[in-house]
Design a binder for this molecule. Structure first.
Ligand SMILES: O=c1ccn([C@H]2C[C@H](O)[C@@H](COP(=O)(O)OP(=O)(O)OP(=O)(O)O)O2)c(=O)[nH]1
Length: 153
């Protein structure tokens, strides 16, 4: 069983009637976020276009936590819809509306409608680093090797 924390959530007026995010299975890591677009104003996302989609949710994470806005694999597989800044970061001190920056990487127009599950929200603990300026770093076998330095396959 994963540890649970309580997160205060507010549903903004334009979300009225939409279900709150829920975990879809017993051990799901993410809760689905729904598009809080107006009923009569669906969004057509053209190939390579991006759009900031409202969720009508505002949350108060406890200090020491973040929430990540991640793509849904089904939408990505079927339509090429992803989250452009994935994973989007919701800071613990953010009190504005959670928004989802969708991008259409597929070849066809995709219609985003009110109530559609467009992304998922994963709450995770955060470690903050205290930077300490030094003259030299401890040596390792890898050293500065990266970007394929261990071979192509
Ligand atoms: O996918 C996202 C990413 C961010 N945010 C909100 C919550 C986050 O706490 C705030 C700032 O995000 P970020 O730090 O990624 O944005 P920035 O471009 O660095 O802006 P800022 O200067 O406001 O920090 O915007 C979202 O609603 N959705």
């Amino acid at each position: 069983m994963a540890p649970e924390i309580e997160v205060a959530v507010q549903q903004l007026p334009h979300g009225a009637g939409l279900p709150l995010p829920e975990y879809q299975s017993a051990d799901a890591a993410g809760m689905d976020l729904r598009a809080a677009l107006a009923e009569h104003e669906p969004l057509t996302l053209r190939p390579m276009a991006r759009a900031l989609v409202p969720t009508a949710l505002a949350i108060a994470l406890p200090p020491g936590y973040e929430a990540q806005v991640r793509p849904r694999s089904g939408l990505a597989y079927r339509h090429g819809i992803s989250v452009l800044n994935a994973p989007g970061t919701i800071d613990a001190d953010y009190r504005g509306e959670v928004q989802v920056l969708l991008v259409n990487l597929g070849g066809e127009n995709v219609l985003i409608e009110r109530g559609m599950r467009i992304a998922q929200l994963v709450v995770a603990p955060v470690t903050r680093a205290q930077l300490r300026l030094v003259e030299a770093l401890p040596e390792t076998q890898r050293g500065a090797g990266g970007f394929g330095s261990t071979g192509g396959t």
